[in-house]
Structure formats: C-alpha cells, structure tokens
Ligand binder design. Structure first.
Ligand SMILES: [Zn+2]
Length: 386
C-alpha cells in the first residue's frame, strides 16, 4: 500500500492574492528576519488582514532550524491559537513551520518523536499554507521536516504524511530577487530531488513523470535564472520545477546524495542544495557500479536527450551533465572547492560516515555503502575523483 499526496497548488502571477480568499480568524505567519526586512512578510500580513485575520508573526527562523526554534514557535501558537499557519520563506522556514504546527496540535510530542508511522490527528486546530521564497527545496509540496539537533551537529529527517501543507502558493514575484548563489544552490536541490525521486528504490508510476519533467526544467532554466535574475520566465519555470520535484520525491523518496548532503550540512554547514548537488554526480557513478539492472539512468538520460548506448554510459552522461550545469552556475564540484580543509574532513570523518549511514534517505538508494565505501565517497567528493 502506498499513497500520493499533494497540496492545493496556486501558481503564476498574482497568486498571493489567493490569500484573501482564505477563511478563518487567526493566522500565525512564520518567517525569517531577512524576509521581514525585504517587506515580504508585511505584504503577506496585509493580505491576511484584508481577509479578516488577526495576525501574529514568528519571524525568528534561522537557516537549518533547530528543535529549539520549533518548540518556541509551537509555544507561541498555543498562546495565540491560530486556525491558519502561513509559512513564508525557504525550506528552513517551511520545515520549521511544519514542526511547529505538529507540536502545536500535539503538545505531548517532542520534535525528535515526529515520525511517519503514528497517526498525528493534525488539523483539529489549524491548517498550513506554504509560500516558498526560494526555488528548490520543494518543501511546500512535501511532508518532510528536516530539523537540526544543534548539540549533536546532526540533521534529522523527520516528517509525517499529515504534515503536508494544505495549500502551496507559488508567486513568482517572491523569487525575482533571489541572489545568484542561492538561486544556484536551491536549483540544484530541485535537480537532486528529481533525479533521486526517479532513481530511488521507492520510485513509482505516479512520481516518475513529475521527476522527469522537473529535471528537464532545471537543466533548461537554471542557467538563465542564475545569470539573469530578472528573467521572469526562467524564475517562474524554476519555481514550478521545485514544487514538481517536491511532489515527485515527496511521494517516492530521495536517496544517497541526500544522506551525504545532510551529513555535510550538519557538520560543516554546507548549504543544503550545494551539498546534495555536489554529491549527486558521485552517487550516480557509485550506484552505477552496483548490481546490474538496479538503476534507471538510461530512462532518465533518454528523456534528457543525453546520448548513451548502455546503462553505464547513461550514468556517465548524466553525471557529466550535472557537473556541466554546476559549472554553468559556478558551483563547487568538490568539498575542497567548498572551502573544507583536508585535516577537518579527516577529523570529522567518523561522524560524517555515521550520520550519512543513519540518514533516512540513504536506505532508499539502489546501492547502500558498506564497509569503507562511505569513506571512499567522502574522499572522492573531496578530491574530485575516485
Ligand atoms: Zn533536498
């Protein structure tokens, strides 16, 4: 038994005006200080007030949000008693808002206890609207929640199917000013979701088409959105790609590049999209060396028009295409180019190996590193070759 879940998705110009059609009394806006400064938070607040809501704002979500932030937001919600939670921001804000929502509805729970198995009974108190201001994480279209355990320097992949937003609003005006570096980082996250959603062990007929389309959109539009931020078409198509990839991997699973990327993010604070995008071509090469017939790079390469005569060639062509895209948007291709020192990598290696091995995304890879293989992956990512 398996499921396909999607929020209601409103997309295209003027999508934000849909907020005025929401019904309810009290809305809690969850965002970060930067979006307050840009005036985006005030803009959303005005729309909600125009719809008759009393609005309270939690604007202190940090990047890689901690369990403490989730608890602080939930405490504020218990006080204010919102019937809508409106999350405005990148993946960090959207994930934090989902965790706050769960803890608001379930004060008996701790953040670490959020799990995909238990019935949560959400929506007795509130519903969730997600408004992304980056194009990549797809968090607006998934039930995944990534929180950081700050003391243990570990990212925790949590989540529950009920934590899928009720509504996702993709208004291109909110991503037009996204700086080039963040455009590239988050865009590569979307590509990694698309490729891993298509190739993970849990891929299925409902998600395959979404993943293929999202991958194609990223290859086509990310270089444009990166080099010319005011290119409205490229911005909108990247925004769509991110949500479509979110629906894809959110209803199948990500894989090894996310396991490695979460470990790197927790220990070295490499931004999520940069970390998983860097890991992606190495994991493609690694998985292609696994059991014959277990990968589907040929199908993906065919859809992306990458010439190949075998599954191995398809994997090589796909890894090369990812690296070419990364060069086009000036992304680091190695951990060394991320500014990580070899001595630091060695010192942290056992924690990286342990965290990547225990990550919830690693288990759905078509090839799971054994013995020294995880170390080999980190070393290859550091040096840029196997
Ligand atoms: Zn991701």
């Amino acid at each position: 038994m398996w499921f396909f879940n999607s929020p209601e998705i409103v997309f295209g110009e003027e999508s934000l005006s849909y907020l005025e059609q929401l019904t309810g009394k009290r809305a809690c806006l969850v965002t970060d200080p930067h979006l307050v400064q840009l005036g985006y938070a005030a803009h959303v607040q005005q729309r909600l007030e125009a719809a008759g809501f009393a609005v309270a704002c939690f604007d202190q979500v940090e990047s890689d949000p901690s369990t403490e932030t989730a608890l602080a937001g939930a405490a504020m919600m218990r006080e204010f008693a919102p019937d809508w939670i409106v999350a405005l921001g990148g993946g960090s804000v959207l994930d934090a808002a989902k965790a706050m929502w769960i803890l608001y509805e379930r004060p008996d729970m701790t953040p670490e206890a959020i799990n995909p198995i238990e019935k949560m009974g959400l929506r007795r108190k509130a519903r969730l609207a997600a408004i992304p201001t980056t194009s990549g994480t797809g968090s607006e279209a998934t039930w995944a929640v990534v929180l950081t355990n700050t003391a243990e320097r570990r990212k925790m992949g949590l989540g529950n199917r009920e934590a899928l937003p009720d509504l996702a609003i993709l208004d291109p005006s909110l991503v037009m000013k996204l700086p080039p570096r963040q455009t590239a980082d988050t865009g590569l996250d979307a590509l990694t979701h698309a490729v891993e959603g298509f190739t993970s062990q849990w891929h299925n007929d409902f998600t395959d088409g979404l993943c293929l389309k999202a991958a194609q959109l990223v290859f086509q539009y990310l270089p444009r959105a990166y080099s010319e931020g005011s290119d409205a078409e490229a911005r909108q198509r990247m925004q769509n790609a991110a949500a479509i990839a979110g629906l894809g991997f959110g209803n199948s699973m990500a894989a090894l590049a996310h396991g490695l990327g979460h470990a790197l993010g927790g220990v070295f604070h490499v931004p999520h999209g940069r970390a998983v995008g860097l890991a992606l071509p190495y994991t493609i090469e690694y998985c292609a060396q696994g059991e014959a017939g277990s990968t589907r790079y040929g199908e993906l390469a065919r859809f992306l028009d990458l010439p190949h005569a075998s599954e191995e060639e398809a994997a090589a062509a796909l890894a090369a295409a990812v690296r070419h895209l990364e060069r086009q948007v000036d992304q680091p291709l190695t951990l060394q180019a991320c500014g990580i020192l070899q001595a630091d990598l060695e010192r942290e290696m056992s924690l990286l190996i342990e965290n990547a091995g225990n990550d919830t995304q690693t288990v759905t890879s078509t090839r799971i590193p054994e013995g020294d293989e995880m170390r080999g992956l980190f070393e290859a990512m550091y040096a840029g070759h196997w």
